[in-house]
Ligand binder design. Sequence first.
Ligand SMILES: NC(=O)c1ccc[n+]([C@@H]2O[C@H](COP(=O)([O-])OP(=O)(O)OC[C@H]3O[C@@H](n4cnc5c(N)ncnc54)[C@H](OP(=O)(O)O)[C@@H]3O)[C@@H](O)[C@H]2O)c1
Length: 157
Amino acid sequence: MFSLIAAIGQNRELGKNGQLIFHLKDDMNFFRETTSNHKVVMGRKTWESLPSKLKNRKNIVISRHDFSGPDQIVHNLAQFIKKHQNTDEEIFIIGGGSIYSTFLPHAQNLYLTEISASDLAADTFFPKFDQTKYNKTLIRKGTENGLNYSISKYTLK
Ligand SMILES: NC(=O)c1ccc[n+]([C@@H]2O[C@H](COP(=O)([O-])OP(=O)(O)OC[C@H]3O[C@@H](n4cnc5c(N)ncnc54)[C@H](OP(=O)(O)O)[C@@H]3O)[C@@H](O)[C@H]2O)c1
């Protein structure tokens, strides 16, 4: 089973110049708590944006190339999706934009930190999705550095 986890702005902004736009401690804590001890799947560009491998998680990177560092590199995305989508194991898809778009049609859950801010210079966006197809549960909300945010879980009906 796949779950997408992302932090997005008002226009579904995800990143710019290969980096995150918003930096909220609570979002980072939620990300760590939620994904620890699970497999995390990311695109090669998101992998390169990380300061280091994510601890206590199996780091799986999608790329057409081979390189060292990740625990696993996946070349054949279709095969990977087929193998894992109907299992009980929750596998977290952690970005970026291209990988969220590919996995959205195959995902059971979306964990979204929605931040009340925008950035006109954003160059990567979370895909549009039909909210009526999901049940939404608020996990928590707060304000940090003057930014209001809410963390919710969307589960396919
Ligand atoms: N706000 C958030 O929650 C969040 C989370 C994660 C990332 N981000 C941001 O998102 C941005 C990066 O996203 P992105 O869309 O530019 O890049 P990305 O999705 O992280 O990585 C794209 C790369 O993944 C590989 N890939 C994608 N589809 C593939 C396929 N079908 N088969 C094989 N390989 C495939 C390719 O790697 P190769 O070129 O090596 O073949 C491609 O260049 C950054 O700004 C990052 O900070 C934000």
